[in-house]
Design a protein around this ligand. Structure first.
Ligand code: URA
Length: 451
């Protein structure tokens, strides 16, 4: 009698679905089996969809979350950056409107002597994406091969690219399924999805900027804290130095929203100018990157190189160098008029006199998407030139007829829709708003400051 050549799995998917459905915890081996066999195509979508829904409803233990992250991470290529002589450190934001800090931080921290290997994403929903912003620089290539990524990193200390086909393929499959089965909204699944991609880039330390407020995915602060704690603990269990800052996304960050417009504001910050909220957040995040990278012993100490590297022009020079190495036009760094420009501009004016009480940030982000600056569908291309520049932010006084913002547009019809949404996003009232919360609401880190 011949022996069967079909390998026997030690598990039955139906048993694992039932176990999670009934509130049990899966072992590392069970989770590894589900992820590996789903990635290979050996488990059908309908069974994984049922298991994902059970996770949404029942949650996961910390051990299960780590096992899921580990399996998703090792479903593909994990970059080995051991050939670089200094520590590798990165930052990840959960997404916001006008959040362009990555473009400041990568060159800034690299200019300070650490390596910053950054694999980023595109705009999602009403939020902007680092890759779309970088691609507004004429010629800039985000689709480098791993060999090119290594070469740029070695040459200038930082490189910013998109996820390759080979990085965390399990996440690509699982995310697409979650997107159509109502299973995106689980902190455990979000944690594993983000961390598996970020840890694949070979970083030693990761600073998370977890946004909360009307423009964030985690609108409630307690949800942002829960996710931040989960990601910090998962990263630490996997041997990484971690910190998470819970930061404000109740209005757009800085004044510029839109891909090329945000690059202009990045250049302002790298020249020591730009709006205070954006500058302060960049210095805070850079200080945490320097601390986790071991270059300084405290956050206060970490802000010193951050400020100095901007004053001296070294951070700007590093950005120019990276742009050149990734085939971007370095002349755009010194002459932003070379960045894509919208054909038309129009002011949105205030109908009232008073104080800006709030700016509904998700709506403001949606206005940018409608202008063409983001994607309505995954396959849409973005218009790099469009967006808006805010003239008033929360707490500012405004007189009737004052411009609240200026829309940069290429289509009258889209500008008209965006204008209505932007106007609706502002609340103007007679009363000054309550004192605003600081930009950084809370920090979660066991790595702590060395005193
Ligand atoms: N971003 C990701 O990369 N994954 C999620 O699950 C949610 C947001």
């Amino acid at each position: 009698m011949s022996q069967s050549t079909i390998p026997h799995s030690p598990f039955r998917v139906i048993d694992l679905i039932r176990k999670k459905r009934d509130g049990g915890a899966l072992s590392d081996a069970e989770i590894g089996y589900l992820v590996d066999d789903y990635t290979k195509g050996d488990v059908p979508d309908y069974q994984i969809a049922a298991w994902l829904m059970a996770v949404v409803l029942r949650g996961m233990t910390r051990e299960e979350t780590t096992a899921l992250t580990h399996s998703m991470l090792h479903s593909g290529e994990v970059l080995d950056l051991a050939f670089l002589p200094e520590k590798k450190v990165d930052k990840h934001s959960t997404g916001g409107v006008g959040d362009k800090t990555s473009l400041v931080l990568a060159p800034l921290v690299a200019a300070g002597g650490l390596y910053v290997p950054m694999i980023s994403g595109r705009g999602l929903g009403h939020t902007g994406g680092t890759l779309d912003k970088l691609e507004s620089i004429p010629g800039f290539r985000v689709g480098l091969s791993v060999a090119e990524f290594h070469r740029v990193l070695k040459a200038c200390g930082t490189s910013m690219i998109g996820q390759t086909e080979k990085i965390a393929p399990a996440d690509r499959k699982l995310y697409a399924l979650r997107d159509v089965t109502g299973t995106v909204e689980s902190p455990y699944l979000i944690c594993a999805s983000i961390m598996s991609k970020k840890l694949a880039e070979g970083t030693d330390a990761l600073v998370l900027d977890v946004k909360t407020g009307s423009g964030a995915f985690m609108k409630k602060e307690e949800d942002a804290i829960y996710l931040a704690e989960l990601m910090v603990e998962t990263g630490e269990r996997m041997g990484k130095k971690m910190a998470a800052l819970i930061t404000d996304m109740d209005q757009p960050l800085g004044r510029y929203v839109g891909n090329a417009l945000e690059v202009v504001e990045v250049l302002e910050v790298l020249c020591g100018e730009g709006p205070g909220d954006l500058r302060d957040l960049c210095h805070e995040l850079a200080a945490w990157m320097f601390l986790l990278g071991g270059s300084v012993g405290s956050i206060d100490e970490g802000k010193q190189p951050s400020e100095k590297l901007i004053r001296s022009g070294e951070a700007l020079a590093k950005f120019r160098e990276m742009v050149k190495l990734q085939d971007g036009d370095p002349r755009a760094i010194d002459d932003p008029a070379r960045l894509p420009q919208a054909k038309n501009k129009v002011d949105v004016t205030s109908p009232y006199t008073g104080y800006v009480q709030s700016i509904q940030c998700e709506r403001a982000g949606t206005a940018c998407v409608i202008l063409g600056g983001g994607r309505e569908r995954k396959e849409d291309s973005v218009d790099p030139a469009v967006g808006f520049v805010l003239h008033k932010k929360v707490g500012d006084t405004v007189a009737s007829g004052d411009p609240l913002c200026t829309i940069h547009y290429n289509s009258e019809a889209l500008a008209s829709r965006a204008r209505t949404i932007l106007l609706e996003s502002f609340t103007i009232s007679d009363q000054a708003p309550a004192k605003q919360r600081p930009m950084v609401h809370r920090v979660i880190s066991k790595s702590g400051e060395k005193k």
